[in-house]
Design a protein around this ligand. Sequence first.
Ligand code: MRU
Length: 365
Amino acid sequence: MKVDGRHYRTIWSERDDRVQVIDQTRLPHAFEVLTLEDLEAAAQAIERMVVRGAPLIGATAAYGLALGLRRDASDDGLEGGYARLLRTRPTAVNLRWALDALRSTVAPLPVDERAEAAWQHAARLCDEDVELCRRIGEAGLPLFRAAAEAKSSGEPLRVLTHCNAGWLATVDWGTALAPIYMAHDAGIPVEVWVDETRPRNQGAALTAWELGRHGVPHKVIADNAGGHLMQQGLVDLCIVGTDRTTANGDVCNKIGTYLKALAAKANGVPFYVALPYPTIDWQVERGRDIPIEERSSREVTHIWGRDEEGRIREVQVTPDGSAAANPAFDVTPAELVTAFITDRGVCPANRAGLAGLYRQAEAGQ
Ligand code: MRU
């Protein structure tokens, strides 16, 4: 993504003892880069959602563990760092995937070689994420083209998305937004309905910001508007990301995804889920076995924004004393998903579809 004429990834390193990330808690009002100098800073960046989105959480954890090994590459350092980072957020399986892969790369090495190997591994993981997302975009592009051509009206293809599964959620491109960017770049007229995605507003703040930077026409809508728009025939397809997809094809994604999938099914609107292979959890059979993150009730009772003087601040929206619950993710059963758009192509949203594309992974290889 270009910001002020410079191409940025969402995480990068200029020296091998620190890593830079974009502070997503400040967007869309301020573009600020944070430097992470140690494992604890990386862990806190994930916990505070300075970085978020399943693939970027995995990438940050990998760099975090690599930073930790620069200070202590012993077995204790490796295991302690692994455990600290794994505790940061429970739902996105990319976190465990990234930490497991890095640990198994460095554990067999002599202690004095581990830190450098970990650093190189983290850099490769980031490069791979960019490539996976690019392939998802390419796999989704023909679906978008066909849907656009099926419209006789000459109107833009109207796509609804939830949360942020874009550039900001990955290292580059995004998952659900990659086909949107590629369709737009290919001259297919696309207009995006952006669910605001309360309580943290990743849609209103992040998806709208990055679509705007890329020049993709979009409108932010209240989370409750999607069903109505589908009934009115104003949504041609939905596309979302996923934090964890189980072996049977159930999809765990940002809270509210399930309601959109139900509305799409009821209205005959295709509902696609974009996913790179590290988001598949072969160890979990069904969505109901996924741990759902319960976040602070303050995210529901309060809201962040910019006031007329340009100050970024938080205000309370509920009465004093009202309790709030804040489950951060929900599970969309596989039968509500039209198809998966993956880094290996499009497949049916079920066990056979995933296994057909990723047989080796399922066999644990
Ligand atoms: O709580 P967040 O902002 O980390 O949730 C992000 C999402 O739900 C995304 O849709 C998901 O991680 C897929 S991102 C490619």
